[in-house]
Design a protein around this ligand. Structure first.
Ligand code: AMP
Ligand code: GLY
Length: 423
């Protein structure tokens, strides 16, 4: 069958890399894609939120399956648009409906869902400009640090963690009264700070059944030792070494099952990924957020460990028969290191020639922000390349990635040399 992937980052290159291997994939398209996807698929120059152009592309190219990479088109209702269209409703779109995507699109909705379905999470209250004074009073009842979350999508920047009560009150006011994050901060969730180590669990669900995919841990800060500004992610490893069977059992029983059952009870159409951000507080897993897609760069370590044909898994997802397929995982560990443009996550330059990609041996180079001009591959984003390796353990995998990075170069290239440092 012909397949379309929506997105242009390392996550989408990884999907393309796996799907191109499938016996069931005839022609593969990526919209808009990057220099990496162009080598294994046909890039189509369509934005992920241009639903009319996407529908036209699907019909013209007889596409039977669509994998939605980022959250935006899901929150904007791409799955609902396909279902409502007689020519498209049988296209196997992998991604939840708008109602399902609200678990990521609204932090308040996610918290209500967790409370309704008794899923462990931090205590919280939400506030608007009208209840600013109550919000400040609520902060007085909490111990520092204070966690403020813009309700809506804020490109990963909407969470503030503050030590000082006066600063917390001021930021609450900036968010609610001065639109610090635009409409995304018209409502703010204030929640209890959870102290523990973070990990992510990925689930593929057909709305009734689910498969738990490999765990991963990403490194969000720009600087070594987890210092400096938040980024989209500077590296990741899978599996998370401290997750044993006991912890995984708790996560499945207390979080994964009630989440999938909750979606079903609420009649929410959900055929896609659930990416659950967790904090392990004294061996008690608590949810800090839901995302309705795969993570980036977590995908770059999770998918290379899945041996089962992804197209088979997605077909089973669409026809709600995930219980009838099994999923085979590579026992090896995977690690990825992100090469970024100097200046990222703040201002950075694009268009720098990248050299050395063809010299990389024994690692996979996933393109994140790249483009090409004639035969030359150029940087085209903050996160540029993700270098993934597989080996017996994550230290060995990392060593391979770091050795290969020595061969890669672009002007201002930056990366963290300490991925996995805290494990
Ligand atoms: P989010 O956008 O919800 O993933 O939040 C961004 C980051 O803030 C998370 O990756 C955590 O490191 C941190 N965070 C969010 N909520 C909490 C919390 N309740 N307690 C401690 N840290 C948190
Ligand atoms: N790496 C975090 C995310 O994809 O949201």
């Amino acid at each position: 069958m012909n397949i379309l992937i929506l997105g242009s980052g390392g996550r989408e290159h990884t999907f393309a890399y796996k799907i191109a291997e499938s016996k069931k994939c005839k022609q593969l398209f990526v919209a808009p894609g990057n220099a990496g996807t162009s080598q294994i698929a046909t890039n189509v120059s369509i934005s992920v939120n241009d639903f009319e152009a996407i529908k036209k592309c699907v019909l013209e190219n007889q596409i039977k399956m669509v994998i939605v990479g980022p959250e935006d088109p899901l929150v904007n209702g791409i799955a609902d648009e396909f279902l409502a269209n007689s020519e498209l409703k049988n296209v196997m779109l992998i991604g939840p409906s708008k109602a399902g995507a609200l678990l990521e699109g609204s932090k308040e909705r996610a918290k209500e869902f967790m409370i309704d379905h008794k899923i462990p999470t931090a205590a919280y209250q939400s506030f608007t400009n009208e209840t600013l004074a109550e919000g400040k009073q609520f902060l007085e009842t909490l111990k520092p640090p204070y966690v403020l979350k813009a309700d809506g999508l804020a490109a990963g920047k909407g969470v503030l963690i503050l030590e000082d009560i006066n600063e917390a009150k001021q930021e609450l006011e900036n968010m609610l009264s001065n639109a610090k994050f635009g409409v995304a901060s018209e409502t703010v969730v204030i929640e209890e700070f959870l102290d523990g180590i973070e990990l992510s669990v990925f689930v593929l669900t057909d709305g009734k059944n689910y498969k738990i995919l490999p765990t991963a841990k990403d490194y969000k800060r720009i600087g070594e030792g987890d210092k400096g500004l938040n980024t989209g992610g500077m590296g990741a490893i899978s599996p998370v070494p401290f997750v044993d069977e006991v912890l995984m059992k708790k996560i499945e029983e207390r979080i994964v099952k009630p989440t999938v059952n909750g979606l079903q009870k609420e009649n929410i159409d959900y055929k896609g990924f659930i990416f659950i951000g967790l904090i392990n507080v004294n061996s008690e897993p608590m949810v800090i957020e839901y995302n309705v897609r795969m993570g980036d760069p977590e995908t770059e370590v999770v998918l290379p460990r899945i041996k089962t044909d992804l197209v088979d898994l997605f077909e089973a997802t669409f026809i709600q028969k995930l219980d009838e397929v099994s999923i085979e995982i590579d026992e090896r560990a995977a690690a990825t290191v992100m090469l970024v443009s100097g200046g990222y996550p703040e201002a950075y330059e694009k268009g720098k020639p990248i050299s050395g990609i063809s010299e990389v041996k024994d690692s996979i180079v996933f393109h994140a922000g790249t483009t090409f001009k004639k035969d030359e591959v150029l940087t085209n984003g903050g996160r540029v390349l993700a270098i993934t390796s597989l080996d017996k353990d994550y230290q060995k995998a990392l060593k391979k990635s770091y050795q290969n990075i020595e061969k890669l170069h672009f002007d201002t290239m930056n990366y963290r040399r300490d991925i996995g440092f805290d494990l």
